[in-house]
Design a protein around this ligand. Structure first.
Ligand SMILES: C[S@@+](CC[C@H](N)C(=O)[O-])C[C@H]1O[C@@H](n2cnc3c(N)ncnc32)[C@H](O)[C@@H]1O
Length: 251
């Protein structure tokens, strides 16, 4: 079990430029993330071969490389200069990476991508307006009938739970936009300062930005081959699967 961590308010918002190198190393071996996060997310990206995928808020590019190995044509964008630098420096691959300002995808052609994925990014954004701005720009570059999949840590069901790879610091009350803290269990720990948005919030925001929700999944672990902590009873992640709304498809 981890020691509890106290945060001071002045430390609000994670500095991804500072943690880029450590984040990159940590993600490679994060059992919970791979088994219940990325692997589960992949089931929404079928078929994947030769499909174009935008990873919005790609961080150090771990998921981009995973998709590229599956023969997808991948573009990764992120606001953090160092995340993009770490990605480009440490890997030679055919993925296009771009540092962007928040929500600015103007350099990408509209209706381009078969899939857009965004993992643990909207939980770092503190206002509804900013989330809608980003979702609108994602909508523009997604092709008709394309899918948009968001993955986040599951505060609705797992507030206070500890998993193999991370812990959600217990928050007494959860309300929209409330600052919350997730801790990646490295030594020393990586502290991620996020904002709580409920499933209902994401559904509203997606609808307002021109998406139709197709489903939400909350994968749980099974079996005893891995020494799970809370993963069999409490879902670590929430995966929200939506498609671009197209009026012609309506009856
Ligand atoms: C917790 S990390 C997740 C990285 C990666 N998606 C993953 O699966 O590990 C959050 C990332 O989102 C990026 N980010 C935060 N706000 C963003 C925004 N408005 N637009 C694009 N990227 C953003 C951060 O720079 C950081 O790299």
């Amino acid at each position: 079990m981890m020691k509890s961590i106290t945060l001071i308010e002045s430390e609000r918002d994670t500095d991804y430029n500072n943690i880029a190198q450590r984040y990159n190393i940590t993600e490679k071996n994060a059992v919970t993330l791979w088994r219940l996060g990325y692997d589960s997310l992949l089931s929404y990206l079928k078929p994947i071969r030769n499909k174009s995928v935008l990873d919005y808020g790609c961080g150090s590019g771990t998921f981009c490389r995973f998709l590229s190995e599956k023969k997808a044509i991948v573009t990764g964008v992120d606001i953090s200069e160092n995340m993009i630098k770490v990605t480009k420096d440490s890997h030679t691959d055919s993925i296009d990476y771009y540092q962007i300002t928040s929500g600015n995808l103007d350099f990408l052609t509209e209706n381009t991508f078969d899939y857009v994925v965004s993992n643990f990014v909207f939980c770092t954004i503190s206002t509804r307006q900013e989330i809608i701005k980003v979702m609108n720009s994602i909508n523009r570059v997604l092709r008709k009938n394309g899918s948009f999949i968001i993955m986040n840590t599951n505060w609705d069901k797992s507030n206070g739970q500890e998993f193999i790879s991370f812990k959600l610091q217990y928050s007494r009350s959860l309300f929209s936009g409330k600052p919350i803290t997730a801790v990646i269990k490295t030594e020393p720990p990586i502290i991620l300062k996020d904002y709580y948005w409920s499933k209902a919030n994401y559904s509203e925001l997606l609808t307002e930005s021109g998406f139709e929700i197709q489903g939400i999944s909350e994968p749980l672990a099974r079996g005893n081959h891995i020494p799970w902590i809370a993963e069999k009873s409490y879902p670590p992640y929430q995966i929200i699967y939506s498609t671009k709304f197209s009026p012609e498809a309506q009856p």
